[in-house]
Structure formats: C-alpha cells, structure tokens
Design a protein around this ligand. Structure first.
Ligand SMILES: [Ca+2]
Ligand SMILES: [Ca+2]
Length: 185
C-alpha cells in the first residue's frame, strides 16, 4: 500500500527532515520512495523491523539551488500486517525541520493522513460499501479489459472477489450472478 506525501506550498528549501509515525500493529514500513527532482533522499536511516516511527531526510545541505517544486515529495510503502484488523490507522507527520540553502530555518507544517483498512465486501467493486448496479458496470469493464480503468479500480475489483459463481474464471456469468443478487434484494 502506497501513501503519498505531498507538498503543495514550497517557497524554496535545501534540505530537511520530517518524522512519520504509524501503528506498527497494522502497518509495516517497507520503503520510502523519494522524488529525485523534488526531494532527493539524503542519507536515509535503515528501516528496521517492527518500528512505528521513521525520520525522512531529504534534499541536500550543500545544495547550490533551493528545491522549489511542489507535488508528491515521498511515497511511503507500507505492508499491511497479517494480524491487522479492519479500521482506520493514522499516519502522522510531525517535527518538520526544513532549511534553505543559507541554513535559515523555514516555517513548515505537516498534515496527517490515515490509512483505512476495510474488509472487502464480495461484489462491492467500487468500495462504497454497498453492492449496486455501479458495481456490475465496473465488473463488465474489468472483464472487457476497459483501458480507462485505473490500477486502483482493477485492484479493488480483484480484492472484492470477482469470481462470484466460483468457477475459477471471471466472466459474464459472474455479472449475471451479480445482477441476480441485485434483483433478489
Ligand atoms: Ca459498490
Ligand atoms: Ca466465475
């Protein structure tokens, strides 16, 4: 599971650090991916087992130019712990310490995000918690390999058990089974 961390305002910085905290009973940090143009990695600490806090170090204290771009600075790659229960798990950002190339500290603030783990509902392909005609439409688009589907939509269909009639294949028969299920309700 990938959690992007964005910077929407950037007056120009050279280097900084930011602490990330999460619930290690549900989430396991596997990697931090840095955007080389916006926030190159800066001597990152190794990611240990079972940790619940990590300091991201980015930029360069010897940068000749400030980094000024905005967008996704980092992406945190978490694995979901096998024992994790469904629920919402906050990913907290704190203690930003960011400096410009003259080593003046900049004011920085961080907003928290969260990761929501949901038990997939069979047949709920768009993840809105209910099985409706919209899910049947999404399943048809999945079966017909609609190239407009996003990776997230494809993953959601696969997670929500698309083989409804249990024959090991995902076909129009499963759409029929879904429509029957809808008609019966
Ligand atoms: Ca749905
Ligand atoms: Ca099937």
């Amino acid at each position: 599971m990938l959690v992007p961390i964005r910077a929407d305002v950037n007056s120009g910085y050279a280097a900084g650090t930011l602490d990330v905290e999460w619930d290690s009973s549900a989430l396991i940090l596997r990697a931090v991916h840095y955007d080389g143009a916006l926030a190159p990695e800066n001597q990152p600490a190794p990611i240990g087992e079972g940790i619940s806090r990590y300091r991201i170090a980015f930029g360069s204290y010897t940068a000749e130019e400030n980094f000024t771009g905005i967008g996704v600075f980092f992406t945190l790659e978490f694995e979901i712990a096998a024992s994790a229960e469904a629920g919402s798990y906050p990913v907290t950002l704190s203690s930003p310490a960011v400096f410009d190339r003259n080593v003046h500290r900049l004011s920085a603030s961080a907003e928290d995000g969260s990761v929501t783990l949901q038990e997939p509902v069979s047949g709920d392909y768009n993840g809105d918690g209910a099985v409706t005609l919209a899910d049947a439409v999404l399943l048809v688009r999945f079966i017909t390999e609609d190239t407009a589907l996003t990776d997230g939509q494809i993953a959601a269909v696969i997670c929500a058990e698309p083989d409804l009639n249990g024959d090991g294949l995902v076909t129009m028969l499963d759409v029929k089974a879904l429509l029957r299920q809808l008609g019966a309700e």
